[in-house]
Ligand binder design. Structure first.
Ligand code: CMC
Length: 430
């Protein structure tokens, strides 16, 4: 007999099946809760709610484990590339050499934008935030590739390979163009003979007459940054992508919504906030102690610390912490922000407030130091996160679209407003 969970409500017991994942994660299957009992489950923030079954990414937050399709993040970071990991996340298996070459070719050769898109970049206000521009322009891809964005699941799935190559590739060109537009720099063509990250840095950072040349491993560091951001289970932006996809919305628009969700400072926007925090600490000459005290008293938040799922070291932060040291060494920068970050980390890990709440550095704590060293402006940090996360969002879109049993996501609520009352005409209102 299948295991069951018993929920007692008043004098009655109700039975619900127990679900178990491949890593022995257990859940009470409450899909029949309301029809059987009249109750709903209340879980604001979804900390205890499984919103889907997924075969993409596994996290054990207590042990600090992150695996994509079964492969530990440490092994992927050491031995794989961003595009190979993207393939793994999207298609479920490591590619053969031939498959990887074809995948890379499709992405690298799709960088050029439709000429009609250029005026869009001109239409934004000069001070527009790059994340606002990115999500809008990614959504506009539907209009230039409407044959891949029909909102007919069967048709959109048939074109998934083409649409996903376009999205991965053009998102990179769009990000570079947003930057160049803001800096008043002319457009740079892509060079498909370069790697994904090197070509991106060249499109982003080349100056007129002075092409960008990577002399100190910046593209390798960026590739690792992208790889480490490629997917992260049912986080806020991925859940948003799934929510939007659940109504049958096409790939481009679903991912545009994910970009908006990522923007906030509690999510991807934290990588900007970390550097702003470190710079503010540096400016005041505080060794970090004052800031830690402010965080403990609720006057500030230690950005880049804490996580809904990790109650241990975020494995990505460990890898990025090491990478930050080596990137700064190779580039020959002595960034005082790295010392401040290290001091903050040491102080926080020994402090009861952080220990009791199990607050550890997360992926955003060191990533900004790497991006800054590479020459990426702070305002673009969350855009970098978005470029890295696209494979994960696409894999989740595909998983929803391929599931014949997937239903539109439609949570319920506990209503706390007024009871029914009678409408009073405006001239009779006191
Ligand atoms: N600094 C100081 N105190 C904190 C922090 C922090 N960074 N994070 C959590 N706490 C405290 C919080 O005040 C609460 O204390 P108390 O129990 O006394 O009320 C306790 O720890 C539990 O925190 P929570 O807010 O219930 O945790 P959450 O799971 O709702 O939020 C979080 C997770 C990541 C939003 C939060 O830790 C945070 O805001 N961290 C800083 C922002 C950040 O680095 N975000 C990036 C997350 S990782 C990348 C990503 O997902 O994009």
């Amino acid at each position: 007999m299948d295991p069951i969970g018993i929920v007692r409500l008043g004098d009655e017991n109700f039975e619900f099946p127990i679900m178990e994942g491949t890593e022995a994660e257990r859940a009470i299957d409450l899909r029949t809760l309301r029809s059987k009992t009249g109750y709903i489950a209340f879980d604001e923030g979804y900390g205890n709610t499984g919103s889907c079954e997924s075969g993409i990414t596994f996290i054990n937050g207590e042990k600090g484990i992150l695996r994509h399709r079964g492969y530990p993040i440490e092994q992927l970071a050491e031995q794989s590339s961003f595009l190979e990991t993207a393939y793994l996340i999207i298609y479920g298996e490591l590619p053969s050499e031939v498959a990887l070459k074809a995948f890379e070719r499709n992405i690298l050769s799709n960088a050029t934008l439709d000429g009609k898109m250029y005026p869009i970049f001109e239409g934004f206000h000069q001070d527009s935030h790059p994340m606002a521009m990115l999500s809008s322009i990614i959504n506009s891809l539907c209009t230039y590739h409407s044959e891949y964005a029909t909102n007919n699941r069967k048709v959109d799935l048939e074109h998934f390979d083409a649409a996903s190559s376009i999205l991965m590739s053009k998102a990179r060109t769009i990000a570079a163009m947003i930057y160049r537009k803001k800096m008043g720099l002319p457009m740079m063509d892509s060079d498909p003979s370069k790697s994904y990250s090197e070509d991106f840095l060249s499109m982003l950072l080349s100056k007129p007459e002075v092409p960008y040349v990577d002399t100190c491993g910046a593209s390798k560091a960026l590739d690792l940054f992208f790889l480490l951001h490629a997917d992260h289970e049912q986080n806020c932006s991925t859940s948003t992508v799934r929510m939007v996809a659940s109504s049958g919305t096409n790939l481009f628009s679903s991912i545009s919504a994910g970009i908006s969700a990522l923007w906030g400072p509690s999510h991807g926007g934290a990588n900007m906030a970390v550097i702003e925090m470190l710079e503010a600490i540096h400016a005041t000459g505080d060794d970090g102690t004052g800031f830690i005290e402010a965080a403990k008293s609720g006057q500030a938040k230690l950005m880049g610390f804490g996580h809904r799922v990790y109650k241990n070291y975020d494995p990505r932060a460990k890898i990025l912490g090491k990478s930050a040291v080596s990137v700064l060494e190779k580039i020959g920068i002595n960034d005082p922000l790295l010392d401040i970050a290290r001091r903050l980390e040491r102080a926080a890990l020994e402090d009861d407030y952080f220990v009791q709440r199990k607050l550890y550095p997360n992926v955003d704590f060191y990533s900004g130091i790497i991006l800054k060293a590479i020459g990426i402006p702070v305002e673009f940090f969350t855009v970098m996160f978005a470029l890295g996360r696209i494979p994960g969002w696409m894999a989740n879109w595909k998983e929803i679209a391929e599931n014949p049993k997937s239903r539109i996501h439609r949570p319920r609520q506990i209503y706390t407003g007024h009871n029914e009352r009678n409408f009073v005409k405006i001239d009779k209102r006191s």
